[in-house]
Design a protein around this ligand. Structure first.
Ligand SMILES: [Ca+2]
Length: 282
């Protein structure tokens, strides 16, 4: 659940914000939520994603739905992009969508589809013409931070010193630097479809490490927040060079989210930098 790997001040559940900007909290007594109309071009690819944290939901799901309208205001078609029901974890949802021919408006809905209602928080919603198809929020660490942790990412494990660095960077102008006194690092949870294929990549630069490795791990969770299985995609120990890590992953049956971890497994700690993390549908 949301407190996995966390203790004390590291509890993500003590906060309902995943970015420095305000988040939208919705307390529903039945089906409903929020929407926004965005002007679009027809037959064009867009990246749509955001982050969501559901704190209460007895039945149903929170859905991300896009409905398309033509220039006369008529509905053309609609698409359910993601649905989530896992409680108490920030999950990045969304994907790449292609607008139908003739569409001039996309109405983006984030709503709870539940007769009994519930409570959820939405943050970091982003809609842009596709540049890379990255499903992660702030995968390049170019946005802001909370307590040194890049927007969209969470702390994992032992006490650490987190900061955005501009001096050790391999993409853009910022990267995430993590100095740990023990096992731990950084993670982000992404909504996925079971049996679909995804490619995950990222870059690691280890400043110092007394023993063991920095690992890229993906753990899969079901809709009740239980971990199903995990895979270690990379183990890096080389110092002071950018190493690109990653691979193709296929979430197992029952998986609704993938938690991407960059962390060191050394109890003696160390310091490493992560940059340019991409999670894309294959
Ligand atoms: Ca960067």
């Amino acid at each position: 659940m949301g407190k996995y790997g966390a203790y004390g001040d590291y509890q993500l559940t003590t906060s309902t914000v995943t970015s420095g900007k305000q988040s939208q909290r919705l307390t529903m007594t039945g089906t409903g939520g929020i929407y926004q109309d965005v002007a679009v071009s027809g037959n064009t690819l867009y990246d749509l994603n955001g982050r969501i944290n559901i704190s209460s939901l007895q039945s149903g799901a929170v859905k991300l739905v896009v409905n398309y309208f033509d220039s006369s205001g008529k509905a053309i078609s609609g698409l359910a992009v993601t649905e989530l029901s896992t409680l108490n974890v920030w999950t990045t949802f969304g994907g790449t969508i292609k607008t139908p021919t003739g569409a001039v408006v996309a109405r983006i809905h984030i709503h709870m589809d539940s007769s009994s209602g519930g409570i959820f928080v939405v943050d970091m919603v982003n809609f842009k013409k596709t540049t890379d198809g990255n499903m992660l929020g702030n995968g390049d660490f170019e946005a802001s931070q909370i307590g040194g942790v890049a927007d969209g990412w969470g702390k994992y494990g032992a006490y650490g010193d987190y900061q955005l660095t501009t001096s050790t960077v391999t993409s853009g102008t910022q990267a995430q630097k993590i100095g740990m006194t023990g096992i731990g690092g950084l993670y982000q949870e992404v909504a996925v479809s079971a049996e679909s294929s995804y490619t995950l990549s990222g870059r690691i630069n280890i400043v110092n490490l007394l023993s063991e490795k920095v690992k890229l791990i993906v753990n899969y969770y079901d809709s009740s927040g239980r971990m199903i299985s995990g895979v270690t995609l990379a183990e890096v120990s080389v110092l002071n060079i950018w190493t690109t890590v990653g691979g193709t992953i296929k979430p197992p049956m029952g998986a609704v989210s993938a938690r991407v971890h960059f962390h060191m497994t050394s109890s003696s700690g160390g310091t490493f930098v992560v940059d340019k993390v991409e999670f894309k549908k294959s």
